[in-house]
Write a protein that binds this ligand. Structure first.
Ligand code: UT7
Length: 325
């Protein structure tokens, strides 16, 4: 006779989670299009009209993804009103780590003075922050964590071929962070996510001796056709109609892609993030970086819904609606 299994005890569930605060960090060094003109055959006018970037930030030699993440994470923690003792999970979204091992989240926690939290890195490339936020939300709702530090941190510059004008004009460095905590009234909506591994080679670093390369036009077509329906589905699942949105924050891939997605979503009352103009494409950091700066400037009201839309290498994508802290 097989014994009846003893049901295992699990923590009580929490109704929802919400973002308590954002923080961001942009490295000090500014690289303008005019600077890049001196490095590869390109020009300011081409970059502005095709990609929308005017300038981007490049991290210093002493700044890796851990240092960038610590800066952004520290700001988010200070703005949240919580202390390091309140954080019990750190999730670091990155696709540009210096090395695969050890994970970087534990070092970020250690440098911030967060004692022995769960800590892991997550790689969903430019969709990474939305994946990490979904993981944080799930951990809080299922009682596995009380408060979570979620960081997107990228040093794309260390994976760039600075003689390849198709990529070195686009990618940049930076970090954005969020503190996520429990909430009786949910402030993080359901994630809509997916992937298309058949297109794994569209944006790729082949091996440890390689640089980022991408099939720009193929990615452009995919981003401007496949992603808006995902974003609309995220709104529907959260019970928010696009005209209620106060902010639309697509991954800052290319200004033309950002605007095409925003047009298709028809969020008529929303401010659309266009942080790419001054920050470049910072991959998994771009969404929290952009939204953090919108909040800091007072562009968006606290409590209003914002739509986050991540997409990129994998190909992987994820979108969710959140309440602006
Ligand atoms: O965040 C990860 C997700 N990645 C993306 O979302 C990237 C999506 N793709 C894009 O943003 C665009 O495809 C690019 C910005 C990468 C390229 O823009 P495009 O309008 O698709 O240009 P293209 O690749 O079709 O190239 C058009 C022309 C070519 O010259 P010919 O063959 O027409 O003579 C390129 O060689 O522009 C040339 N070109 C450049 N010219 C000046 C390519 N890069 C440059 C450059 N400066 N930097």
């Amino acid at each position: 006779m097989t014994p009846t299994p003893t049901p295992l005890r699990v923590p009580a569930v929490t109704a929802g989670s919400r973002v308590l605060a954002f923080g961001d960090y942009r490295p000090a060094r500014v690289l303008t299009n005019l600077d890049i003109e001196k490095m590869v055959e390109t020009d300011d006018e081409w970059i502005r009209s095709r990609v929308g970037i005017q300038e981007r930030r490049i991290a210093g030699d002493d700044e890796g993804i851990v240092e960038l993440a610590v800066q952004a994470g520290g700001k988010a923690l200070a703005a949240s009103g919580l202390t390091t003792d309140d954080i019990d999970l750190v999730i670091l979204a990155t696709c540009s780590a210096e090395s695969p091992m050890p994970n970087h989240a534990a070092q970020v926690a250690h440098k911030l003075g967060i004692q022995a939290p769960g800590a892991y890195d997550l790689n969903a490339a430019c969709a990474g922050f939305c994946y990490a936020l979904a993981a944080a939300d799930a951990a809080i709702r299922t009682g596995q964590a009380r408060n979570v530090l979620v960081v997107g941190s990228e040093k794309m510059s260390q994976w760039l071929d600075w003689t390849d004008r198709a990529t070195c004009i686009i990618f940049a460095d930076g970090a954005g962070a969020a503190i996520v905590g429990p909430a009786e009234a949910p402030g993080v909506g359901p994630v809509v996510w997916g992937s298309d591994g058949a297109q794994y080679d569209k944006i790729i670093i082949d091996d440890r001796h390689s640089f980022i390369r991408q099939e720009g036009q193929a990615v452009f077509r995919w981003a401007t056709t496949a992603i808006a329906p995902v974003a609309l589905q995220a709104c529907e699942r959260a019970g928010i109609s696009p005209d209620e949105l106060a902010a639309v924050v697509p991954h800052q891939a290319n200004l033309r892609i950002v605007r095409a997605i925003a047009r298709a979503v028809k969020a008529t009352n929303a401010v659309v993030a266009e942080d790419i103009v001054h920050s470049g494409n910072t991959s998994g950091a771009s969404i929290p970086l952009a939204l953090s700066r919108m909040i800091e400037r007072g562009d968006v009201p606290s409590g209003a819904p914002a739509l986050l839309i991540g997409f990129g290498a994998g190909l992987a994508y994820a979108a969710q609606v959140i309440q602006i802290p």
